[in-house]
Design a protein around this ligand. Structure first.
Ligand code: ADE
Length: 317
């Protein structure tokens, strides 16, 4: 595995550091977002918030703004909260035990172990999607990976694999083998370095997942209100708490929306409809006028930003 990794491992920016802060940031970003999307955000984040103290001192608005486009904003809030705890209670220094790490917002078994193994080279197991698939095939685990039984089987098999020599590199190797060779659709068994140890009866059928509930459809209506180069926006609660979106409307005056788009959100497929609206038509909530030239510097959820850009016929950013 280690030889394979030296020759075939991916060069990723968070592998050029042992700084636990940088590694923690990368793991938060990678929790639900692909590597290629994360890389530019990761670089910019470290420039903007170079360590736990800098992040702890930043206002939430700046943190959400830097996260904008990555989605699942609770990750940004948790990362911010974790930085504040590490700055206040740990002197700005990342704790090095599983128990201390797992208590922090947004940090579960995977993220705690990823920090320990990548930053401190500890022999602990990590299982994310790539390793889960690889290990399910290696050991022919047929329990669904999103069941307790399947999860436990994969974690215990993976734990038994981690060597005491170079565990961090070994874990990176497992991850890369899963990401580049033991891929979901057409695994490249011909070039797999551990082919001889693989017990998969049919790798294409593994891992097994429980059937997903169908996505529910949801319609959302919002107002587009411009006045002398300013736009009215409303502060979000719940889903995008703290960010700014087009104001909500319950019953539009016009039947024809100016803009329609769809976006996925957890178990929903949301249809966003934006209507030309007069000021008197909307319920006043936490709303504010923003000059159009300021729009790039405030946190706006991606679907709303795309709608605004389309309506203003501006190129992206
Ligand atoms: N997915 C989760 N953590 C990752 C990492 N450190 N490198 C690549 N992909 C990942």
């Amino acid at each position: 595995m280690l030889r394979w990794y030296r020759e075939n491992g991916r060069e990723l920016p968070w592998r050029q550091t042992r700084d636990p802060y940088a590694i923690l940031v990368s793991e938060f970003m990678l929790q639900q977002t692909q590597v290629a999307t994360v890389i530019p955000y990761y670089r910019e984040w470290l420039r903007r918030f170079p360590d736990f103290r800098a992040l702890a001192a930043a206002p939430e608005m700046d943190v959400l703004h830097a996260w904008q486009g990555l989605g699942y904003y609770s990750r940004a809030r948790n990362l911010h909260a974790t930085a504040r705890i590490i700055a206040a209670d740990f002197n700005g220094i990342c704790p090095q035990t599983v128990t201390e790490l797992i208590g922090l917002p947004g940090i579960g078994r995977y993220t705690a172990n990823a920090i320990l193994t990548f930053a401190f080279d500890r022999p602990v197991a990590i299982v994310e999607a790539n390793i889960g698939r690889l290990v399910a095939r290696l050991f022919n685990i047929s329990a669904p990976l999103d069941s307790t039984e399947g999860r436990n089987a994969v974690w215990s098999h993976t734990s038994a694999l981690v060597p005491t020599r170079a565990p961090g590199a070994f874990n990176s190797a497992l991850m890369d083998l899963g990401a580049t060779v033991c891929i979901a659709r057409l695994p490249k068994c011909g070039v797999c370095p551990v082919k001889k140890s693989c017990r998969a009866s049919n790798p294409l059928t593994l891992p097994v997942k429980r059937p997903r509930p169908k996505r529910k459809r949801l319609g959302e209506r919002h107002a587009f209100i411009l006045e002398s180069e300013r736009i009215l926006l409303q502060q979000c609660d719940r889903r995008w708490r703290g960010m700014w979106m087009l104001p909500t409307i319950s019953s539009p005056e016009s039947k024809t929306p100016l803009h329609v788009s769809k976006f996925p959100f957890t178990h929903h497929e949301v249809t966003l409809r934006v209507f030309a609206t007069r000021l008197g038509q909307i319920e006043t909530r936490a709303q504010r006028w923003f000059p159009l030239r300021q729009l790039n510097s405030i946190p706006i959820p991606a679907p709303h930003r795309r709608a605004i850009d389309a309506l203003l016929l501006r190129p992206k950013n």
